[in-house]
Ligand binder design. Structure first.
Ligand SMILES: N[C@@H](CCC[C@H](N)C(=O)O)C(=O)O
Length: 291
């Protein structure tokens, strides 16, 4: 019989971008990249596009400095165990978890992330909105390709890197089993999330995404924001130029996100965030699979 303390987990999603959630307020669980990949494995583990390690900011070396502003730190990991700077759906599901666990109520709260402190609003109607901060648009032409086709892409940084390509048909993105090649290689030394976008109507687009460290996912929050920013520049609705906020509806394979950019560049994203299950890992399982 094991004498180990069982590890609690939850499973949640935001527009079907799904996460294993590991509450660990004092930061005592050893979540190596191999352990994260094992937990996110859809056949041999719990399964998820990524993992949300829920830690008190004061207990995490990367978040200590944010502890005065935000009690909780989202230590986000991609499904392959790699670390990313930011996860837009993740932070909304993280907020939902804090509400579910009784750490917060409806209304506003601040969450520390590697991309800085984000303000989240949990609405009565159930949707969760996050203030994503401002996009950066690094200069330079980027190209992404799938098979014989290639497209110019807009380089948008939402804390993490994105390449946004407007295509005629989302099927042209192919099976997305592997990361779409991009050039020049120097554009994304740490890899990139690639969004393929089509128009659906006025201020309404749809995307497919290949995420760095996770593969094709059914939604990407930072990706949806990058798409809204790139589309506004394409459409001539850039709020910094027009002086008026602009809102885009972004359909993702797993649902819909609504993104508003204001003239000062601040971006807000709204959508659903759901907790679907909670449980305990089988004693010793993690230890066995990552040994
Ligand atoms: N799904 C996320 C983005 C997660 C990080 C990304 N894969 C990266 O490596 O940058 C979102 O909702 O933003």
């Amino acid at each position: 019989m094991s004498t180990r303390t069982p590890i609690a987990f939850l499973k949640g999603h935001g527009t079907e971008n799904d996460f294993v959630i590991v509450p660990d307020p004092d930061n005592v669980i050893d979540l190596s990249p191999a352990a994260v990949a094992a937990l996110c494995d859809r056949r041999a583990g719990i399964g998820g596009d990524g993992l949300l390690h829920v830690v008190r900011s004061a207990a995490h070396p990367e978040a200590k400095d944010m502890a005065a502003e935000a009690e909780w730190f989202m230590d986000y990991r991609n499904g392959d165990g790699s670390i990313a700077e930011m996860c837009g759906n993740g932070v909304r599901v993280f907020a939902r978890y804090l509400q579910h666990a009784g750490h917060t109520a409806e209304g506003d709260l601040a969450i520390a992330t590697r991309g800085g402190v984000k303000t989240v609003h949990i609405a009565k109607d159930g949707d969760v909105t996050v203030g994503m901060g401002k996009a950066r648009l690094p200069e330079g032409d980027v190209k992404v390709s799938v098979g014989e086709r290639s497209w110019p892409a807009r380089n948008v940084n939402m804390g993490n890197p994105h390449a946004v390509a407007f295509v005629d048909d989302l099927a042209h993105a192919g099976d997305l089993y592997s990361p779409p090649p991009f050039s020049p290689a120097s554009a994304y030394p740490d890899g990139v999330n690639v969004e393929f976008v089509v128009d659906r109507g006025p201020r309404h687009v749809a995307l497919r995404v290949h995420e760095r460290g996770s593969g094709e996912t059914r939604s990407c929050g930072t990706g949806a924001c990058a798409v809204a920013v790139a589309t506004a520049r394409r459409d001539g609705t850039d709020p910094a130029v027009t002086g008026a906020p602009v809102t885009y509806t972004v359909d993702v394979p797993g649902g819909t996100l609504v993104i508003t950019e204001r003239p000062d560049g601040e971006i807000e994203m709204t959508g659903p965030a759901v907790i679907v299950a909670e449980g305990e890992l089988e004693a010793d399982w993690l230890e066995t699979v990552v040994r």
